[in-house]
Write a protein that binds this ligand. Structure first.
Ligand code: ZN
Length: 238
């Protein structure tokens, strides 16, 4: 595949989806940087995974190592002032009457992408990459394709500079995301994702399953397990 000369900034949380997006960007763009947000998550396990995943990716894929640039971690602690959710306070995760899980921080992805765009502009990057997805999403309206297309236009106008928002997982199921990472980096990449990425809402890394670490019961673990099981089933049938 011919290389895209642009610099990409990947919104990278340390989870499965954003790691697949990072691999996707590294396979395409000549220079790739990562950005993460610390906003007082109840569990910082994902953030702790970020550095390890970057190191492991560079080690396992030398062609990507030369393209992988700086990591940026932004302190968005102020989000705690405008959210009252299970992610930031000690409260059980449950579905609200509007069908959204109470882990919802209103418009969170809009805020993240605006901060990412400002940083990208400073760093000379003109592509933002995020793991937002309509197929398996938990009802978050700020993850929808149309929302992000509108945001891409608003950001490009507001910066007076073209900024492309790429969402390689937008129309993929969780099973297809596993297949994508296998296409990008083979079994080695999927093993890296299983071992080092974190998804569990409860921050549990004491239990190791075939699909990775987690409590096995929270909505994030259920989604990851079901996706992995389906991916293996699809492979068996192929
Ligand atoms: Zn869990």
């Amino acid at each position: 595949m011919s290389q895209d000369p642009r610099t990409a900034l990947v919104v990278f949380s340390g989870g499965q989806d954003s790691t697949a997006c990072l691999a996707w960007a590294l396979s395409r763009y000549s220079h790739v940087e990562t950005i993460g947000f610390d906003y007082g998550q109840r569990h910082k396990v994902e953030l702790d995974c970020r550095g390890r995943i970057r190191t492991e990716l560079a080690h396992a894929f030398p062609a990507w190592a030369s393209r992988l640039g700086e990591d940026h971690l932004l302190d968005l602690g102020l989000l705690g002032q405008i959210s009252d959710t299970a992610l930031t306070e000690s409260r059980a995760i449950e579905m609200q009457a509007n069908g959204l899980p109470n882990t919802f921080v209103p418009g969170r992805n809009l805020l993240f992408l605006n901060f990412a765009a400002a940083l990208a502009y400073r760093r000379g990057a003109s592509v933002l990459v995020g793991g937002m997805c309509e197929t398996d999403y938990s009802g978050y309206p700020d993850c929808r394709d149309n929302t992000l297309k509108a945001l891409q236009v608003a950001i490009s106008l507001g910066l007076d500079s073209p900024m492309t928002i790429e969402t390689p997982l937008m129309w993929l199921t969780k099973a297809q995301t596993w297949a994508l990472s296998e296409t990008l980096g083979g079994q080695a990449l999927n093993e890296l994702i299983i071992e080092h990425t974190h998804t569990c809402y409860l921050g549990d890394r004491s239990q190791r399953h075939a699909w990775g670490y987690g409590c096995g019961h929270c909505p994030a673990c259920e989604l990851r397990r079901e996706g992995f099981t389906q991916y293996q089933r699809d492979k068996g049938n192929a």
